[in-house]
Design a protein around this ligand. Structure first.
Ligand code: MF3
Ligand code: CO
Length: 248
């Protein structure tokens, strides 16, 4: 069942999204060789607390941290750890912010120092794929229109689209209907209506789209060791087009 939100509810989610966006801006300034994702996670906990918010991921189905920190071949759900980031790494920081019971979800990938041309192109393409998907998030379109725009652009640039993880509805729950795949045919799936709030969160790989899960039960990696990047926004479908609730 797709839960449609009122304008007031979307405003509450936007408030959560603004805290999240401000947090990502701070992270961007902190990412550099030598910093650990554990330190970033600690910073996020503190930042959210200062803003009257809480990290929804912590404790979610037993997930132990405020953020997911996914380095290089990790697709998503990586654990923050005390290994310093190295020049040339790419890292995705993903978090869900709870402000007064309303949620916002956004992931952002960052280059650590100087990264390869391939990594740079992967980051740029994944970000652009997200925004092309968002452009399709208009009243009357279908979920498949978002999926198709992302897949077409990603593959035209030589990258693959992860299948095992999708975007989702979000509100008072982290994961609500509908699923938002980042691949598939246009013109299919649920029709988009005013008041729906969705995440769009493409994960693109340099090699195969297949994923494997580490023994920790969470960390998803590319099966071939290729790089993976992800950008995610929470957006509301409005009469005036898509409203990005987690814009930085
Ligand atoms: N924020 C992510 C999502 O898009 C991942 C949540 S998994 C968690 O849904 F368990 F770590 F929270
Ligand atoms: Co999400």
């Amino acid at each position: 069942m797709i839960v449609v939100k009122t304008k007031a509810e979307i405003e509450y989610m936007h408030a959560a999204g603004k805290v999240l966006a401000a947090c990502h801006r701070e992270i961007r300034n902190r990412i550099r060789p030598g910093v650990t994702t554990w330190e970033i996670d600690q910073f996020v906990e503190q930042f959210l607390k200062q803003h009257g918010a809480t990290p929804e991921q912590k404790g979610y189905h037993g997930y132990p941290y405020a953020t997911c920190a996914s380095v290089n071949d990790v697709i998503c759900h990586g654990f923050p750890n005390k290994e310093p980031l190295k020049d040339g790494d790419i890292v995705t920081i993903d978090m869900v912010v709870n402000l007064n019971g309303w949620l916002a979800d956004s992931a952002w990938s960052y280059a650590v120092g100087n990264v390869s041309e391939t990594a740079k192109k992967l980051l740029d393409t994944t970000k652009e794929a997200l925004y092309l998907g968002i452009k399709q998030a208009v009243v009357g379109n279908r979920i498949g229109d978002i999926s198709h725009a992302i897949q077409t652009f990603a593959e035209a640039n030589g990258f693959s689209v992860v299948r095992d993880f999708t975007g989702h509805g979000i509100g008072e729950e982290m994961h609500e209907d509908p699923y938002v795949p980042h691949y598939g045919p246009a013109g299919k799936g649920p029709r988009l209506k005013e008041g729906m709030v969705l995440t769009i969160e493409p994960m693109l790989n340099t090699g195969s789209y297949h994923a494997t899960i580490d023994d920790d039960g969470w960390t998803a990696r590319t099966i071939d060791g290729g790089l993976s990047a992800q950008y995610e926004h929470t957006i509301a479908i409005t009469g005036d087009g898509p409203l990005i609730l987690t814009e930085q």
